[in-house]
Design a protein around this ligand. Structure first.
Ligand code: ACO
Length: 446
């Protein structure tokens, strides 16, 4: 297995020259040749810090889990290409790979499947948790709260065995929580997990079965859900994963860290984009608006519209997950029908955008969310559950990253610094002498 050199290559350093002083900084080289200037000692040596809003140039950790080459459109989990894993592996196999570093043997996979199956049920008292929430609650905060609440049912000391049990419980209970959050929102009774079903089939059963009549899970649709989960399983140090690491770095437990990750994923610029994509496609379809008209709005700097599902902080070429999903989209629609109009609009938007100088010059290509929403829609997954589907998939990645951080000998609490730009030392103003401002103060809010 190729491993990172992880130590500065002999002789390779970077030099920083400032205020007449020269500082030499080590250069770290990863196993795929990525180079980074190690600034761990920068402040101690120079009194300066680095400033990188949005962390676009900052490596927050060394990791062996996922490799992305955004320029070439490459994504690999533990060295295996996403294309091969998508074609040959199940989601639980990929979860094991991410968490343990190697593909499981058949015995290991069987054991994981059996353990996960045995932990899918929620404590009966959890029913009261759901009923305390408003009926129209968005399932993402419901899931974040439910995962946080799981910590109250398993308040064990953090031993290796207990962490292992938590990992299994999280993977096992997440689909149940997700499906219950949906059932709660539509006022239907919860459907208990069925041990004879596989991971994705069980989820679909809990989502769509009712106690009134038998429900058969279509194996092709279950395989599509499994594929979607594989494609979302990890994506190195994205916003939600960094959140999981950040929260876990205070030694907060795994439930609390994952709950924070779910909250981060909810945002429309991250996992929430899949919901925004379908809403955008539906708006274009409803208004009989042309793809060209919408793209003009997305390019207009005076308009807040963006082409949702396009662009990515890391990918500056076609997101390989989007390419796999585009093909799966056509297959699912052929199987179940419906939503073909939305797929047509999406493909038209893509076709025009990829020839348009605005998108070409900014290297904006479809990301994973561009086609995933159309598939979810075809599968009958309600729109406000789209980001929950992303959560189900991303869970093993978050777990693997959290475990890697905790096992890292260089592990420290994450605590970035800042460049302070506010008022300098000033005299306190007594309340009687204060004047109401007519406009917000510079950098302030009203
Ligand atoms: N539509 C129109 N213009 C866009 C889009 C878009 N989808 N994405 C980026 N741009 C433009 C920006 O306006 C900016 O233009 P400028 O240089 O003239 O100011 C330029 O492209 C660079 O964009 P930034 O926002 O600076 O890029 P950043 O890396 O910060 O953001 C992001 C990446 C958030 C994904 C952005 O491309 C976006 O908002 N896309 C739409 C939302 C989306 O699909 N999110 C899902 C991301 S994938 C995921 O999280 C799973």
């Amino acid at each position: 297995m190729p491993v990172a050199t992880m130590s500065p290559k002999a002789g390779q350093t970077a030099t920083l020259q400032f205020d007449g002083k020269v500082t030499t900084l080590p250069v770290v080289v990863g196993s795929e040749g990525e180079t980074a200037i190690d600034i761990e000692k920068l402040r101690g040596q120079t009194g300066m810090i680095t400033l990188d809003p949005g962390y676009g140039n900052t490596g927050s950790c060394k990791s062996r889990i996922t490799f992305i080459d955004g320029e070439k459109g490459i994504l690999r989990y533990r060295g295996y290409t996403i294309e091969e894993l998508a074609q040959k592996s199940s989601f639980l196999e990929v979860a094991w790979l991410l968490i343990h570093g190697e593909l499981p043997t058949s015995a290991e996979l069987e054991n994981l499947e059996s353990e996960v199956t045995r932990h899918t049920m929620l404590h009966e008292d959890f029913g009261r948790f759901f009923s305390a929430l408003p009926k129209d609650a968005h399932p993402m905060p419901v899931c974040a709260a439910a995962i946080g609440a799981l910590a109250t049912f398993y308040q064990y000391p953090e031993t290796e065995q207990n962490i292992r049990d938590t990992v299994v419980r999280l993977i096992a209970k997440m689909p149940t929580i997700a499906a219950y959050s949906y059932k709660h929102s539509i006022g239907q009774p919860f459907v208990y997990p069925l041990n004879k079903l596989g991971y994705a089939s069980n989820f679909l059963h809990m989502m769509f079965a009712t106690p009134c009549e038998p429900y058969e899970v279509d194996p092709i649709l279950a395989r599509t859900v499994d594929l979607l989960l594989v494609l979302h399983a990890d994506h190195e140090q994205n916003c939600s994963t960094s959140t999981v690491r950040m929260v876990g770095s205070s030694r907060a437990n795994l439930f609390a860290s994952i709950s924070a990750g779910i909250s981060a994923l909810w945002g429309p610029l991250h996992g929430g984009a899949n919901q925004q994509v379908i809403e955008m496609l539906e708006r274009i379809a409803a208004e009989e608006g042309s793809a060209e008209k919408f793209l003009a709005k997305a390019k207009d700097k005076n308009d807040t519209a963006r082409l949702m599902g396009f662009g990515h902080r890391v990918y500056k070429s076609y997101d390989p997950r989007a390419a796999i999903l585009k093909k799966a989209c056509a297959d699912v629609i052929q199987r179940v029908g419906g939503v073909s109009r939305l797929l047509e609009i999406a493909m038209k938007l893509e076709e025009i955008a990829l020839k348009d100088d605005y998108f070409v010059s900014r290297k904006l290509y479809p990301n994973v969310d561009f086609y995933s929403g159309v598939i979810y829609k075809a599968l009958g997954i309600p729109v406000n559950m789209f980001t929950v589907m992303f959560t189900l998939g991303r869970l093993p990645g978050w777990i693997a990253q959290w475990l890697e951080m905790r096992q890292d000998p260089d592990f420290r609490i994450a605590r970035p610094r800042q460049v302070y730009t506010g008022a300098t030392d000033r005299r306190y103003v007594p309340i009687a002498a204060r004047v109401e401002l007519t406009a917000p103060p510079e950098g302030g809010v009203r």
